[in-house]
Ligand binder design. Structure first.
Ligand code: FPP
Length: 232
């Protein structure tokens, strides 16, 4: 959800106003994903590197996070959305962490869109934690190094049980992944939108999906192989 700060600066507004408008846009995009029947939407709300920001911006963001959750909790239920978080929640203040944990529990039985909020998340940190957990298991004799494969490794990532992203949308004209789902995005299509996140309307989402639909996903195969049905 990149570009909130620049959206605000270009209107001579405080950065937090950009985040507030970004949060409102998030509600619209979640609704649009539900309407489209999308199975999983992951939003990068706060990166492990965002702690470097000024303290008042960080606390403003957390207050906004708490507000958006409280104001739209019933919507999760109404729209059958299951909430999940990836990232290190332990470092989050109680006023954000506790309602989030409650909402995750309350929405666990929902069967529609899975909304994954990446909070205090970083792909490198996630990878190192997975390696540490696996090394620990190996040291305890519970894991045989020779049997490690992608599937067993992925079980140790925070995204365990979630599908890999098919499409990653980066807003605000930036062309990088910024430590977001680096391993899971190995075969993701990436669409770069030039608009800042507060201007990323559901029409923009539809445009990104139309662009995705034009892509040929080969997963290492040749175009000819994709035409040939696999032999039984
Ligand atoms: C990136 O824009 C956006 C963020 C770091 C925050 C996104 C969060 C929300 C939209 C609200 C939900 C909040 C929580 C905590 C659940 P930027 O500030 O990097 O914009 P810039 O690159 O233009 O400065």
């Amino acid at each position: 959800m990149d570009g909130n700060g620049r959206w605000a600066a270009s209107r001579s507004l405080p950065r937090l106003e950009g985040h507030r408008r970004g949060a409102e846009r998030l509600i619209e995009i979640v609704d649009a994903c539900v309407d489209l029947g999308i199975s999983t939407l992951t939003v990068f709300a706060f990166s492990a590197e965002n702690w470097k920001r000024p303290a008042d911006e960080i606390s403003g963001l957390f207050k906004l996070g708490e507000w958006i959750l409280r104001a739209h909790l019933s919507r999760l239920e109404r729209r059958n959305v299951k909430l999940r978080v990836i990232g290190d929640l332990k470092a989050m203040p109680d006023f954000v962490r506790l309602p989030l944990q409650d909402a995750i529990l309350a929405s666990a039985k929902n069967t529609g869109l899975t909304l994954v909020v990446a909070l205090n998340y970083g792909a490198r940190q996630e990878t190192l934690q997975a390696v540490q957990a696996m090394v620990q298991k190996a040291a305890e004799g519970k894991l045989n190094a020779a049997e490690i494969n992608w599937a067993s490794f992925a079980e140790h990532l925070e995204t365990k049980g979630l599908p890999d992203p098919d499409l990653i949308i980066r807003t605000s004209g930036e062309h990088r992944l910024s430590n977001f789902l680096l391993l899971q995005s190995a075969y993701a299509e990436i669409v770069f939108a030039s608009v800042h996140w507060p201007d990323f309307t559901k029409e923009q989402l539809h445009l990104a999906l139309a662009e995705y639909a034009k892509r040929e996903r080969r997963f290492g195969q040749t175009p000819e192989q994709l035409q040939t049905p696999p032999t039984p």
